[in-house]
Write a protein that binds this ligand. Structure first.
Ligand code: NAP
Ligand code: GLV
Length: 308
């Protein structure tokens, strides 16, 4: 039985070591050295190869190497083959680091002090207490909950918005489209941790950004396709928004001439907020292989109708 890994080969080398230690009975292969295609049962990938069903007729599951699955065309994966997103502790921890950094930078004015330093200007600014800063997270899943629990330790006034109703200690929970305006109206720093689906594409629209209080900021760690980038530029230029921290853009890479790069109120990172770590990712995948062998659903199995 062959398990094919088709993603970053450097991480793949570590996956190979871990499979050799923990599951030596599995023929672990790194793309493109995959051996006999008819023996392939499992694929871990960012983007699957073309002609997936034809190429791997015995395929039993597709694992995304990331938390998101929007890069996978569900139509190419036979209906009986589960698509599984990555749920593992390290990807959540790395996202916590990124979002905490962005929220603290906005709240304590570190982003503004960069400009003051560049101008040689000694200019103290008053920052509110954390309890007076309302952070709102779009999404209440694996990553959002980890982020909310850490921001809560700093004392931020936290809320989350999701599709289905949630109850999270210390977090004001909003669910469904009808509650979105109330959630936005109480949000000073908006963090996007949604999956990209037909429903959420373009959700960070001009209207949504305009529904935030004047002086609010955005931390965009979802997917580039969530955001209307031109609307963001207008809202920043019109002083409706203060800061935007963008880890994801559309397209990626963002072309060098794009105005977002040089906007004084924008901080850009190249889609590095978080990624799976081989040790914990392989543990999660091996656990899921056991679950599938027992006929149980995999943890992180995607609901194709919801799109995540
Ligand atoms: P998850 O556990 O599936 O959580 C997704 C959350 O979004 C859920 O709370 C879900 O609501 C909510 N949601 C989905 N569609 C919605 C809609 N139409 N309206 C309202 N809420 C909706 O996903 P995750 O593991 O936390 O990952 C979230 C996303 O983060 C990924 O899909 C990816 O886009 C992004 N990501 C980015 C990076 C990076 O480096 N920038 C790294 C990893 C992941 P329910 O709880 O009601 O289902
Ligand atoms: C990265 O963006 C992921 O989805 O894990």
């Amino acid at each position: 039985m062959t398990f094919v890994y088709k993603a970053d080969p450097v991480r793949g080398a570590r996956w190979a070591e871990l499979f050799a230690e923990r599951a030596p009975h599995i023929d672990f292969r790194i793309w493109p050295d995959i051996g006999d295609e008819s023996r392939v049962r499992y694929l871990a990938t960012w983007v699957p190869p073309e002609r997936l069903a034809e190429r791997f007729p015995q395929l039993q599951a597709v694992f995304s190497v990331g938390a998101g699955v929007d890069q996978i065309d569900f139509a190419d994966v036979p209906a009986h083959v589960p698509i599984v997103r990555m749920i593992e502790p390290a990807i959540a921890e790395r996202m916590v680091e990124y979002v905490t950094h962005a929220v603290l930078s906005i709240h304590r004015g570190f982003a503004a002090y960069d400009a003051a330093q560049a101008a040689g200007r000694w200019q103290p600014m008053v920052a509110p207490l954390a309890g007076e800063v309302r952070v709102g997270v779009l999404g209440a899943g694996q990553l959002a909950q980890a982020v909310l629990s850490r921001l809560g330790l700093f004392g931020y006034d936290c809320a989350a918005w999701s599709r289905s109703a949630k109850s999270i200690v210390g977090v004001q929970c909003f669910a469904g489209q009808e509650s979105l305006p109330a959630f936005l109206a109480r949000t000073d720093i908006l963090v996007c941790l949604l999956p990209l689906t037909p429903e959420t594409r373009g959700i960070l629209s001009d209207e949504l950004l305009g529904a935030l209080p004047r002086g609010a900021s955005l931390v965009q760690t979802g997917r580039g396709g969530h955001l209307d980038q031109q609307a963001l530029l207008r809202r920043l230029d019109g002083d409706h928004l203060r800061w935007a921290f963008l880890d994801v853009t559309e397209p990626e890479p963002l072309p060098p001439e794009h105005p977002l790069w040089r906007h004084p109120k924008v901080r850009i990172t190249p889609h590095i907020a978080s990624s799976t770590q081989p040790d914990t990712a392989v543990a999660a995948v091996l656990e899921n292989l056991e679950r599938l062998a027992r006929g149980e659903p995999a943890v992180g199995a995607v609901d194709r109708t919801r799109g995540y």
